[in-house]
Design a protein around this ligand. Structure first.
Ligand code: GLC
Length: 644
């Protein structure tokens, strides 16, 4: 394809730009020219030759149509964000994630809670899937039946647009899922495929017999070994095996088909015009299937993302992408753009390793594994940011690398088993209340469900009314969050954790939920707990105010900008994690004592960093080494040390 948009492409764009002002047309054309190479390279990698050329022309037409249709407020935001492309890396960013109905009933209810979110310091709101979904079990909305309709019980597209506007007016970016890997069995494409429509059948991976599925399954891991074993489902009406990575009613779409690409591109542009600012690219790792592989992280995935990203940069540059790729660190870094894709794919990605290591450190009261695993992570592009989180709507899988474990004298297998035992509360001394999710006898894996409060032992401590244990539980909860707030990137609080809500005891009662205990940690926000956040001394107040403080202090610390490198230092004490954020304005040293006792950090190391005396920005007081030249850290404490 030519280096610049050829005339047929310009004509495809111009058809949609007749009504826009000349200056806007010029802007569109300038963006098209700027991002054209990224778009073409992405598309041509996946769809070489003529299919790719046709697709590009169609995509540019769609981008022009979306551009022409863009609300003036959003067009203004596009402008502002192009002047400040680092906006999402700012330390003022704080995320919150919730199911709309569980947080506030429906979309209007969410809009009515905007003050609550602001009170917490939130600037980024991830609402879990809210588009039309199948009846009964729908994997929490991840089985979409129509990308252009809002779930009727939550509201309408007009409500979504109004909500996005309200949030925007309060400085909160709306984040939505783009479920790219699969649709519900009840989606119109799947319905048509079953009715014999060949064009729609080609939207899916369908096999007449088991030959291909068996070949693929030799190397495919299982996502839901417990309730959805295997990756293919026989369908009588199709008279074939359809690819279903997740549940049998979630049909993987076939991204090798350029029509599928065009469909999703149009969905994406449409939702961006409703006011979605961040797209969470759900299950992005799984898009490309290749025999003999795990069918995850294939290179085409990045080319597809690059092409979609280029399109948004042309039509709606206010938008950024977040990769939901829960994969090994070496694979993960590519989602943030490496090699030819540097700066061209997702802007954000989940930092699964930090999450896992937080839980591991708290259970083991030892940081050596975390230090090793986190210090050896590949560097990420400075234009991107992590999503850091203590937990999310999914279970926690113990992504502990055997090599990392061995390097610190542990057995990976035994440590993973320990963590499952600890967090399910069966290990002696543990008061955690997690539930085992998807036990896999073949691998020994036992993933864990549970709210943060239940996992840190706070649910148990409150039940037995043990004030000391309650205090320790609160300390652990805040420590875990302080690590995510100090890491760099966007820390995302999962709904209910800001009020220390325990597991939902009635999680199994709702239709379709009984088989999936992840619902235990997706509780409805409790109005009583919400009110108690303003009652001094209550657990809710202590936790909520603790998180507020993290958000407030973080916002004022330039060192916590996501572009500031994160360096995990080796410490003398196995109970203390030290993370350095070296910044031209002076360093910030985060010290984390994960143990239940006082622990030292050597004074000479502070002096080396110019941090004697230092100011603990979190607690807002001066700290200095004691007579023995150690800075002593109280149990379960985090310090954010900066110079005076
Ligand atoms: C993502 C979601 C998870 C869902 C899966 C399939 O991993 O986080 O909840 O089950 O995708 O859509």
């Amino acid at each position: 394809m030519p280096e610049r948009p050829p005339s047929v492409v310009l004509a495809a764009a111009d058809r949609h730009l007749t009504a826009v002002q000349p200056m806007r047309r010029e802007l569109f054309m300038a963006r098209l020219e700027r991002w054209w190479p990224d778009l073409v390279a992405g598309v041509q990698t996946v769809y070489p030759g003529e299919p790719g050329e046709q697709l590009v022309a169609r995509l540019v037409g769609a981008a022009a149509a979306a551009f022409a249709d863009r609300d003036p407020e959003l067009a203004h935001l596009d402008l502002v964000r192009t002047l400040d492309p680092q906006w999402f890396q700012s330390p003022t960013m704080v995320g919150y994630a919730a199911y709309a109905e569980r947080f506030a009933g429906d979309l209007r209810g969410v809009a009515a809670q905007v003050d609550y979110l602001r009170e917490l310091g939130v600037t980024y709101l991830h609402l879990m899937p809210l588009l039309a979904t199948r009846e009964g079990d729908n994997d929490g909305g991840y089985a979409v039946t129509d990308y252009r309709t809002v779930r009727p019980d939550l509201g309408t597209m007009t409500d979504l647009r109004a909500l996005a506007r309200t949030l925007r007016a309060h400085g909160i970016s709306l984040v939505l899922d783009l479920v790219l890997n699969h649709v519900a069995r009840e989606h119109a494409w799947a319905v048509a495929a079953r009715a014999g429509d060949e064009r729609r059948r080609a939207y899916f991976h369908v096999f007449a017999d088991r030959t291909e599925p068996d070949r693929f399954e030799e190397t495919l891991p299982e996502v839901f070994p417990d309730f959805a074993p295997g990756s293919f489902t026989w369908d009588d009406e199709l008279s074939g095996w359809v690819w279903t990575t997740f549940n049998s009613w979630q049909w993987d779409v076939n991204w090798a088909n350029p029509e599928v690409f065009a469909e999703y591109a149009e969905v994406l542009l449409g939702l961006a015009n409703e006011g979605v600012e961040v797209f969470r690219l759900d299950a992005i790792a799984f898009l490309w299937k290749r025999p003999g592989t795990m069918c995850q992280n294939e290179p085409e995935v990045h080319a597809i993302t690059q092409a979609l990203r280029a399109l948004t940069r042309i039509a709606c540059p206010a938008v950024v992408f977040k990769a939901e790729a829960i994969v090994a660190p070496g694979d993960l870094v590519h989602y943030l753009g490496t090699g030819a894709h540097y700066g061209k794919v997702s802007d954000l990605a989940y930092h699964n390793s930090v999450m896992v290591q937080i839980w591991s450190m708290l259970a083991a009261q030892d940081v050596r594994l975390a230090e090793r695993a986190l210090a050896t992570l590949p560097a990420t592009p400075s234009t991107t940011a992590w999503i850091t989180y203590v937990r999310c709507h999914d279970d926690i899988g113990w992504a502990i690398d055997d090599g990392d474990a061995a390097a610190v004298g542990l057995s990976g297998f035994a440590h993973r088993a320990f963590l499952s035992d600890w967090y399910s509360g069966t290990f002696p001394g543990s008061t955690a209340r997690g539930l085992v999710f998807q036990e896999n006898p073949a691998t020994g894996d036992r993933r864990i469900s549970g709210t943060a409060a239940s996992l840190v032992g706070l649910e148990h401590a409150r039940e037995v009314d043990d004030a000391q244990a309650v205090a320790a539980g609160i300390d652990r909860l805040l420590l875990a969050h302080a690590v995510t707030f100090g890491w760099g990137g966007i820390p995302v609080v999962w709904s209910g954790d800001e009020l220390a809500q325990p597991n939902d005891p009635a999680w199994a009662d709702e239709p379709g939920h009984a088989g999936d205990n992840r619902w235990a940690h997706r509780p409805r926000l409790d109005r009583g707990s919400m009110a108690r956040r303003h009652v001094d001394g209550t657990v809710e107040c202590r936790v909520f105010e603790g998180l507020q403080r993290l958000a407030r202090v973080r916002a004022a610390l330039p060192q916590l900008h996501a572009a500031t490198p994160v360096q995990v230092l080796a410490t003398e004490d196995p109970g203390v994690l030290a993370v350095l954020r070296a910044h031209p304005l002076g360093p910030l040293l985060m010290l984390v004592n994960v143990t239940w006792s006082w622990r030292p950090f050597a004074g000479w190391r502070l002096r080396e960093l110019g941090l004697v005396p230092a100011h603990d920005a979190l607690a807002d007081f001066q700290v200095a080494p004691a007579d023995d030249d150690n800075l002593w850290l109280p149990p379960l404490t985090v310090r954010w040390l900066v110079g005076n």
